[in-house]
Design a binder for this molecule. Structure first.
Ligand SMILES: *Cc1c(COP(=O)(O)O)cnc(C)c1O
Length: 505
């Protein structure tokens, strides 16, 4: 690798473009160079990779927070050097973890567990993201169910291990759950919703639940359109089903996105631990929690008979502590930034931020509705506010190009044209990947899996002014497509076959 141009690798004698590093190319057989090179040049190489990505703040596809104050970056760097698994060496960092857990548990109305004083905190854990949190929650449900199943049917542990349990969830599940079904040997029972709601229909779940059901997942803000599963109705329905069938099925709320939106929205029915059958809740700290990427949270109603099944007990400063995570060593930065963010914003700060984001989402929704093709609106709004009588949802706008117009381009073409104005708006098909059969299946009962749609996630960086520019670009894209879009039709099959159809998280 012709990468080093100086006998002293750390002394920069030449500008980057006049150094050997500028001739360095992408090589298929990348290897570690024999010698190091000047720091400034290394930074430049990294910058060149980064520059060619989409700009994070113009990415309306992802839910992950990308805005940090300088103080926050300082806090993150501090946390970068702390291994959170090393509880005896970094007890105060671990205390910060527990303090953060307590703040979240209270925001979600978790009842104080009886053993609170032994641990100084609620049953919960900081994780890498919602995926790890969902996996832990799913495992806890599985082990809880095994105990119950063994007792109910008089089976010993080994016999119960041979029984294949199932989990009920709508087809709007995020790919995190695919991992649970695949890795943890749990059968998925998918309930497809109507595209008119995007939500789990409580009236339908009864047929999916039997004595091998470990739980029902409610998604508080699905990533496709931001709609909330009606946890409050599922809770009431489960109460009946459990009594009727003699079961003890509980709910896990996957609040990856809604966990830090719903507590700050007014007029929302109880969706959290106020509901009796809610056993655990998970959320991504790095989404609307506004921490940095690599932060997730899971809280359990109690340790006994629930989270204890996935905990490794460690002694800690004379007290007890649980280690729940799938990984041991990991940096404390997510915890540091999350804690900082709670102090920095307070409940009022989160509430104002959420109100701002919802207002921007409403502006985008109305602006999209106003774009017409030969007198007819070109976009059909699909999210909860635009579509149904549900009043609450995430700050997300979901829509599709009205299929009745028979236009020769679709939402994926739209994504590509909008991208020319630097904005990333992801289009995708209404299909899902079955984790076990590998089949592509329709998301909805009443839409073809080939129908496309798109979504715009309104994060805190998408301010009203930025959103106005996005709308300019969307208007320009529509004009371009309706004027020149005919050429898209014959190219479509090739492009569609290579198009990623699953939205990012
Ligand atoms: C994003 C998301 C996940 C996965 O979260 P990560 O933090 O990316 O691991 C799980 N469930 C839902 C509903 C999500 O939106």
């Amino acid at each position: 690798m012709a990468y080093n141009d100086s006998p002293s690798p750390t002394r920069v004698t030449k500008p980057y473009y006049a150094s050997g590093a500028a001739r360095w190319t992408r090589e298929a057989d990348m290897q570690i160079p024999d010698e190091g090179t000047a720091a400034r040049h290394c930074v430049r190489v990294v910058e060149d990779y980064h520059l060619l990505d989409f700009s994070e703040r113009l990415n309306t596809s992802s839910y992950v927070n990308v805005v940090f104050e300088p103080e926050e970056e300082k806090v993150a760097l501090m946390g970068l050097k702390v291994n959170l698994a090393d509880q005896t060496v970094y007890p105060e960092s671990f205390r910060m973890h527990n303090d953060t857990i307590n703040m979240i548990a209270k925001a979600w109305h978790c009842p104080k567990p009886d053993d609170f004083d032994d641990y100084g905190c609620y049953a919960g854990a900081g994780t890498v993201g919602s995926t790890e949190a969902c996996l832990l929650a799913g495992l806890a449900l599985k082990f809880r169910w095994r105990k119950w199943y063994g007792q109910k049917f008089g089976k010993n542990e080994d016999e119960v291990r041979g029984v294949y349990p199932n989990l009920v969830i709508s087809t709007m599940f995020q790919a995190a759950w695919e991992k649970l079904f695949k890795y943890m040997d749990i059968q998925p029972r998918f309930v497809p919703p109507s595209y008119k709601t995007f939500t789990l229909d409580p009236a339908k779940i009864k047929d999916f639940i039997d004595e091998k059901t470990i739980g029902v997942v409610c998604i508080m803000g699905n990533h496709y359109g931001g709609q909330y599963d009606p946890v409050w109705e599922v809770d009431a329905m489960l109460e009946k089903i459990n009594a009727e069938k003699g079961l003890k099925v509980g709910i896990h709320v996957d609040a990856a996105s809604g966990g830090f939106i719903a507590p700050f929205q007014e007029g929302l029915p109880p969706w959290d631990f106020r509901l009796k059958n809610v056993l655990s809740i998970s959320a991504s700290g790095h989404k609307f929690g506004n921490s940095c990427c690599g932060t997730g949270w899971v809280i359990w109603r109690q340790r006994k008979g629930l989270s204890e099944h996935v905990a490794i007990s460690v002694s800690y400063l004379g007290g007890s502590a649980d280690s729940y995570t799938l990984n041991f060593s990991r940096p404390a930065q997510g915890v540091y930034v999350q804690f900082y963010k709670f102090l920095r914003l307070g409940k009022k700060g989160y509430a104002t931020q959420v109100a701002n984001q919802l207002a921007v989402a409403q502006y985008l929704r109305e602006s999209l509705e106003g774009i017409k093709y030969k007198g007819t609106p070109i976009f059909t709004i699909l999210d909860a506010v635009g579509m149904s009588e549900q009043k609450h949802c995430l700050p997300v706008v979901a829509a599709m190009i009205n299929p009745d117009l028979g236009l020769p381009f679709d939402d994926i073409d739209f994504q590509h044209v909008v991208a020319q104005g630097h904005w990333y708006v992801s289009g995708y098909h209404m299909s899902m990947h079955h984790p076990l059969t590998e089949e592509s299946m329709p998301l909805f009962t009443d839409q073809s899996k080939d129908q496309a749609m798109f979504r715009i996630v309104v994060k805190n960086n998408l301010t009203m002014r930025m959103a106005a520019h996005l709308m300019d670009e969307i208007n320009a894209a529509v004009t371009f497509l309706t004027d020149h879009g005919k050429g898209f039709q014959h190219r479509k099959p090739k492009r569609l076959s290579t198009q990623k159809t699953v939205p990012a998280c």
